[in-house]
Structure formats: structure tokens, C-alpha cells
Design a protein around this ligand. Structure first.
Ligand SMILES: Nc1ncnc2c1ncn2[C@@H]1O[C@H](COP(=O)(O)OP(=O)(O)OP(=O)(O)O)[C@@H](O)[C@H]1O
Length: 456
């Protein structure tokens, strides 16, 4: 196990994982602490690919769990580890352990025992699916509280996989929805914590659950920015914190580039009555002047496909309408593309995703929704719309470059924009980018420049 990361209890580093340290747990085989039951260990081995050895984040979590078991002790946990490092299994194993030990108390319980919160329908479905695979024949009752599923009828279950956006209804109850009794919840996992805590109503939700239960909270995230929301939820006095690698860094094999666009320019690429695509002269030169983002997108995708037809693109748009518009526009320009976002119904979304994963379509236009999924083999990410937070930018960078694969992230930037939040995002991006990687058009970017010009 290379690069073990650092584990802290409260604020002090704990020598728990370093080579030869106290409790290095490097595999999912049976161990003295019953962290992984035989059934879970076998189910993990059955997965494709088979899971037998722990990744650093998994080893860290199991070490913490060992302390919990040995000393009949409970604490909060924060795990920050990059995308694709195995956080899902890292928390599902303790979730299953907690649910199994909770089962003995189930007779007295009137509600769920463990809750997992994720910030999107897609991620909830993916986590639910993995959980079902890991708990085959274990007699645990697992519910998906997210998306287009029927509202649960029996409020007593062992593990709930919940979409934090939709959970409020289960706390308050309605005529159709049974209010959940959360007093028996012993463990709450918040996945993609940075993303989730951006939403005020998620923070309120977790605070409420804190007051209704005696649960410990495990937060998992691939980036972590210190925030008041997090401080208000996390029990610093009694907590483990695990940090792996440079979690707020762009993956080593990912090249980030910034292209200047001008939203105010009219699009010049169009399909005429004969079906011919008309471009404009600069599209044929390697140096492209700032142009309309749709033209720039066509240029980026088309040029690359001419040279490398198998290139797979993931394009990010801010909202569903823009994503649909771009997919249609690309199709008209003879570039097969499909959209994927949370305004589509489940069937449509699944079909589009399958087209992309099967490689039938090589261009997928999406909103944030897809970030939480394991998107495979993407070569180029295009930020058609500028991500408004650096954490989102990092998340998008982490969609590629998994397993050391080379990739490019292209971000379209209109430095003349008057939108304050976009200017703020550009300023942050410039500040965080190494000097040598900042393109000339952004070298003298100032948050105030255009704003001043407008107001004067
Ligand atoms: N111990 C392991 N050995 C081999 N493969 C693993 C192991 N743990 C997880 N994986 C695989 O690694 C991939 C990424 O795992 P996972 O989605 O849990 O990462 P993550 O850290 O949660 O990423 P994200 O932050 O993007 O959600 C999955 O395909 C998973 O099956």
C-alpha cells in the first residue's frame, strides 16, 4: 500500500497506517475485529473487478473502525481522498457492520438504522446498487429513498440510501409519505460532503438529524474546503480525520487549458439548406480568435475528431436547457451527441448514458449530475460553462485522468463577462493556476476591470 495518507485523531497525527504501524489492514479477508464479515468479503471478491486488497482510504477507515470496535468507542469521521480512490467501499463496509450490529436492536426500533446521503439521484442509484451486491443473502433491508421510486411503505429498515435534496419529506411526512422515526439511527454517512454542504437546506437537514439521533457522522469527500457549514456539523472534539494525497490538486496526467470565448459574438457556424456546414475562415487556422462558445465547441470537437475519431468528450453545461440545446446543435452539425441531466426521466437518462458508455455516442453533454458517477474513458472534458467554484472545477478534472490516463480539460472563458460570480470564479482559477499555465489572455485579468468600465 503506497502513499498511506495521514490520519489524525482530533488534531494529532496518529501513526496507524504507516508501514509496520499499529493496525495496517491491507485486505478484505476476515480479521480479528469482525470489520468485514465473511459474506461481505466473498461478495467483494465477486465484484467485477474483484476487490480483495484495500486502497489507502479503505485501510484508513478500517483502522478507525478497529479502534471503535476495540474500545467500544464512537467518533465522527472525515475522509478526504481523491475521486476514484475507493471511498464508496470504504464507507459501505462500516455501514454494513453498523446495520448488522443494529439489527439486534431492530425489535425496538421503529425507523432506519443507518442513513447514507448523496447529493444526486444517479449517485444514490449507484450506491444502492453496490450495496445490494455487497449484502446478498444477508437479510438486511435496504431502501432507496431517491428519484422515481415509490415512497417507502414500511418505515422500519436497516439502511437507507437517500438523495439529500429529497429527504426533507421523510422527516416531516405528508399524507402519502410516512414520517420516519430517526431515533434509532446510529450512523449517518454524507458522501460528496463538499458538494452537499454547498446547499443550505442540506446543512439544515443534517443539523436536524443531529438533534433527532445519537448517530455518529462520517463525511466523505474528494475535496474539502473549510466552511462554516462543516464546522457547525462536525464534532471536532471527538473525531478522526483522514487526508489522502494532495486532494485539492488536479490529477497529474490531466492537462488544463483555457480558451477565450465571447458570448456577445454571433455564432457563425451553421448548416445551410443543402445540409452543408458553413464555417468561417478562422476555423481553418490553428489559431482561433475568441468567438461564440458554440462555434468554439464545434471547433474543439470537430478538429479533434478529424485527427482522432475515437476521442470521447464530456461537455459540461450549467443547466439542462443548455445541455439539451448543445446536444441538438452538435447532432445538426453531424457530430453524434446526447444529453444527460436530472430533468430527463430515468429511462431517457439511462438510455443516453448507455449510448455513451457503449461508445455508440462519443460526446455527452451534461450538467453536474454525472460528476458523481464513475464515467469511464473520457479523453477530453470541455467546460462549456465556466464552473462557478474551484471545487467544481476540480471535480470535473477528476472525471478524467483516472488510473493515470492522460486527458485534457478545456475551459471556455469569457473574460469580458459582467456576471459577478463568473468573474469571481475566473479570478480564483487564475489565482490557483501555476503562472506558466495561465494563457496570455488571462495574464492581466482583474476581477474589477470590466465592472469598473461598465459603471464608469
Ligand atoms: N480495493 C479496491 N480494489 C480494486 N478496485 C477498487 C477498490 N475499491 C474500489 N475499487 C473500484 O474503484 C473505482 C472507484 O471507486 P469509488 O467510486 O468508490 O471511488 P470514490 O473515491 O468514491 O470516487 P468518487 O469521489 O468519484 O465518487 C470503482 O470502480 C470501484 O469498483
Amino acid at each position: 500500500m503506497t502513499d498511506p495518507g495521514v490520519l489524525y485523531y482530533k488534531e494529532d497525527p496518529v501513526e496507524i497506517l504507516k508501514g509496520g504501524g499499529r493496525l495496517p489492514i491491507s485486505n478484505f479477508g476476515p480479521n480479528d475485529y469482525s470489520l468485514v464479515s465473511k459474506a461481505v468479503s466473498e461478495n467483494l471478491a465477486q465484484l467485477d473487478p474483484s476487490i480483495t486488497e484495500t486502497t489507502p482510504v479503505q485501510a484508513a477507515v478500517f483502522s478507525i473502525e478497529t479502534v471503535h470496535v476495540m474500545h467500544s468507542f464512537q467518533s465522527d469521521m472525515l475522509c478526504v481522498s481523491e475521486n476514484g480512490s475507493g471511498k464508496t467501499i470504504a464507507y459501505l463496509v462500516p455501514v454494513i457492520r453498523a446495520a448488522l450490529s443494529n439489527q439486534m436492536l431492530a425489535a425496538n426500533r421503529r425507523g432506519p438504522g443507518v442513513l447514507i446521503f448523496v447529493p444526486s439521484v444517479e449517485k444514490a442509484e449507484a450506491v444502492h446498487y453496490t450495496l445490494l451486491q455487497l449484502t446478498v443473502d444477508m437479510g438486511l433491508k435496504i431502501e432507496l429513498l431517491s428519484g422515481n421510486v415509490d415512497f417507502i411503505q414500511n418505515p422500519k429498515f436497516d439502511i437507507g440510501v437517500c438523495n439529500a435534496h429529497e429527504f426533507e419529506i421523510y422527516i416531516n411526512g405528508t399524507r402519502k409519505v410516512t414520517q420516519l422515526d430517526l431515533s434509532g439511527v446510529r450512523l449517518v454517512v454524507v458522501d460528496d460532503a463538499t458538494e452537499s454542504l454547498k446547499w443550505e437546506h442540506h446543512v439544515e437537514l443534517y443539523q436536524k438529524i443531529r438533534t433527532l439521533t445519537r448517530a455518529r457522522f462520517y463525511f466523505f469527500s474528494s475535496t474539502m474546503e473549510s466552511s462554516d457549514a462543516f464546522h457547525s456539523l462536525f464534532n471536532y472534539e471527538n473525531s478522526y480525520c483522514y487526508l489522502h494525497g494532495d486532494t485539492n490538486a488536479i490529477p497529474a496526467k490531466v492537462q488544463t487549458v483555457f480558451w477565450e470565448i465571447m458570448i456577445s459574438h454571433l455564432p457563425l457556424v451553421y448548416v445551410d439548406e443543402t445540409g452543408k456546414i458553413n464555417t468561417f475562415p478562422t476555423l481553418d487556422s490553428d489559431f482561433l480568435k475568441p468567438c461564440n462558445p458554440c462555434d468554439m465547441l464545434y471547433y474543439a470537437v470537430n478538429r479533434r475528431r478529424e485527427k482522432l475519431p475515437n476521442t470521447r468528450f464530456l461537455i459540461f453545461a450549467t443547466n439542462a436547457t443548455v445541455a439539451d440545446f448543445l446536444a441538438v446543435k452538435l447532432k445538426k452539425l453531424k457530430i453524434p451527441a446526447c444529453a444527460y441531466h436530472d430533468r430527463q426521466n430515468t429511462k431517457e437518462r439511462k438510455e443516453n448514458l448507455i449510448e455513451f458508455t457503449n461508445d455508440t455516442v462519443k460526446v455527452l453533454v451534461t450538467t453536474e449530475e454525472l460528476l458523481r458517477r464513475d464515467v469511464q474513458n473520457v479523453d477530453i472534458v470541455i467546460n462549456f460553462d465556466m464552473p462557478l467554484s474551484y471545487a467544481t472545477f476540480l471535480h470535473r478534472c477528476h472525471c478524467v485522468g483516472r488510473n493515470g490516463k492522460k486527458a485534457i480539460v478545456v475551459t471556455f472563458i469569457d473574460k469580458m463577462t459582467k456576471k459577478i460570480e463568473t468573474r469571481q470564479a475566473i479570478a480564483t482559477l487564475v489565482q490557483k493556476t501555476p503562472k506558466e499555465d495561465i494563457p496570455p489572455f488571462l495574464k492581466n485579468f482583474s476581477f474589477f476591470k470590466t465592472l469598473h468600465r461598465t459603471s464608469s
